[in-house]
Design a protein around this ligand. Structure first.
Ligand code: SF4
Length: 160
């Protein structure tokens, strides 16, 4: 009986996710967009700005986002840092673990093109040279308010 209850709860959650992704949602079924942060090798300045974004000074959840700690729960992957050789496999693992409908967003110059770390022996460069990343937030580092504004614009389709 217990396992049946759990599967019903899981099925309900799956339906809510499906309704959101299928565009048939209404206000009661709106789920926040799950954000998974991944630092792939840099000075970590952009990663610290993302941490600040989750603090009380910024209304991340009130704007329809939430930080998730497992890639399986994530809708969008926010990458900071140049892609170091050591982190490339982890980046691939995280991306593959995310459910369908996922999106990749480069946060900060390093994540876009490697920034000052481009060309270094330990990095592969930024996401632009490795993937078809279509969304990015420029800056070195971008401020939390700028990151939040960009995320809202992405969600509303006002920015690529
Ligand atoms: S873009 Fe600037 S702040 Fe961000 S990780 Fe690179 S060097 Fe650091």
């Amino acid at each position: 009986m217990k396992s049946r209850t759990i599967s019903l709860v899981e099925a309900f959650l799956d339906v809510r996710r499906w309704r959101m992704r299928s565009g048939v949602s209404d206000e009661r079924t709106q789920l926040p967009i799950g954000l998974y942060f991944l630092e792939t090798g840099s000075c970590e300045g952009c990663a610290m700005e993302l941490d600040a974004l989750c603090g009380g000074a910024y209304a991340l959840e009130q704007n329809g986002f939430r930080r998730v700690l497992q890639p399986e729960d994530a809708d969008w992957l926010l990458v900071t840092g140049a892609v170091s050789r050591r982190c490339a496999e982890r980046l691939d693992q995280v991306w593959r673990a995310m459910p369908a409908g996922r999106s990749l967003i480069a946060i900060g110059r390093c994540a876009v093109d490697g920034g000052p770390f481009a060309g270094g022996y330990a990095t592969l460069g930024g996401l632009a040279g490795l993937t078809r990343v279509q969304r990015s937030v420029p800056g070195c580092p971008p401020e939390p308010a700028a990151i939040l504004a960009a995320l809202v614009a992405f969600r509303e389709g006002k920015a690529a």
